[in-house]
Ligand binder design. Structure first.
Ligand code: 1PW
Length: 215
């Protein structure tokens, strides 16, 4: 029906959210960051059930952040910058080992932040790949260069299995639902610098506050 066509996922949504993330003075709005992840989860679900397990943890992380944003101290969670300041100033982060704050905004967002690097590396490979490029290989390479370093063996193993059943490049572009291959490549070219900027700003902030290894 027309309605289901209208509601079909389009990858442009994801980039629109990340575009809205940056404030004028380069702070990162949590609301749009979380929206970006909601879109990514929709996308992962379109890729098949094996990606359900990958999407599920991202869903959990998004839920933790949404609960904080809509909680008592929600106004402190407007941007990643204000969240970091608020949680650190009030001793709400387990800094060296897990303790009384196992689900702080800082440690929860760090997981999504690391995964965003994976996405960035993967999409950059996708953008520059040729017609016979293998999405499974691109995805695995991007993963090995980034997120895998933070995962135990059993998750790396499961991720490897999931990559093997990724659809090929044409089907993958189809699921993105942006248009022709040329249009996908053009969209990626415009959008990747934005994702990259959001990633770099967050990375710098976390480095400044020594938060890159939060348990
Ligand atoms: C096709 C392009 C896909 C890019 C989307 C990236 C989604 C990333 C989700 C990976 C999740 C793998 C399984 C979950 C592992 C968790 O243990 C781990 N979470 C993440 C996001 O890395 C760490 O979270 P934890 O256990 O410290 O709460």
């Amino acid at each position: 029906s027309g309605a289901s066509v209208d509601q079909r996922f389009c990858f442009q949504e994801v980039f629109d959210s990340f575009k809205l993330c940056l404030s004028e003075n380069k702070e990162v709005y949590l609301e749009h960051y979380v929206d970006g992840w909601r879109g990514l989860v929709k996308f992962l679900n379109c890729l098949g059930s094996v990606f359900g397990f990958i999407a599920k943890d991202a869903v959990n992380k998004v839920q933790v952040l949404v609960a904080l944003m809509s909680g008592e101290s929600g106004s402190q969670y407007a941007t990643i910058q204000s969240m970091v300041k608020y949680e650190l100033d009030n001793g709400l982060v387990d800094v060296t080992k897990r303790g009384s704050h196992p689900e702080s905004g800082c440690r929860t967002l760090l997981r999504l932040h690391r995964a965003l690097r994976w996405l960035e590396l993967f999409l950059e490979r996708l953008r520059t790949s040729g017609e016979d490029g293998k999405t499974s290989v691109m995805c695995a390479e991007a993963y090995n260069e980034s997120l895998s370093q933070h995962h135990p063996w059993v998750i790396r193993k499961a991720a490897g299995v999931a990559f093997c059943v990724l659809p090929g490049r044409p089907a993958f572009f189809e699921v993105m639902n942006v248009g022709s291959t040329e249009q996908v490549v053009a969209m990626l070219g415009g959008a990747l610098p934005l994702i990259s900027e959001v990633y770099n700003i967050t990375e710098e902030l976390y480095a400044q506050h020594n938060l890159l290894d939060l348990p």
